[in-house]
Design a protein around this ligand. Structure first.
Ligand SMILES: [Zn+2]
Length: 100
């Protein structure tokens, strides 16, 4: 049995296991000229958070690197929170797995 190394989400720095929802984030939004530009592979949950916290214009102008996103005050609470979740954690909806 071979196991390829799992990719790492450059935003939350957790692995992205196979089968976990994941998506490519355009560092410069496509609508702002980023078509064909650099992309990063993120957990879908992290990707969604970016687009909740920033407008396309803000992403294009000031938050067009993973570093800028990761250091942003707007992302820190989410990143601190998600860092304590398992890599295959999908949502804040409770009731998935029970721990006892
Ligand atoms: Zn992530």
């Amino acid at each position: 049995m071979t196991s390829d190394p799992e990719p790492i989400s450059p935003l939350c720095l957790r692995p992205i296991p196979k089968g976990v929802p994941q998506s490519l984030h355009h560092l410069v939004p496509k609508l702002k000229g980023g078509k064909g530009g650099p992309v990063v592979l993120l957990h879908h949950i992290c990707h969604k958070e970016i687009h909740v916290r920033f407008t396309e214009a803000e992403l294009a102008r000031a938050f067009n690197t993973v570093e800028a996103l990761g250091q942003s005050e707007r992302m820190r609470p989410f990143l601190d929170w998600v860092a304590r979740r398992p890599p295959d954690f999908l949502s804040r909806v409770p009731g998935g797995r029970r721990r006892r």
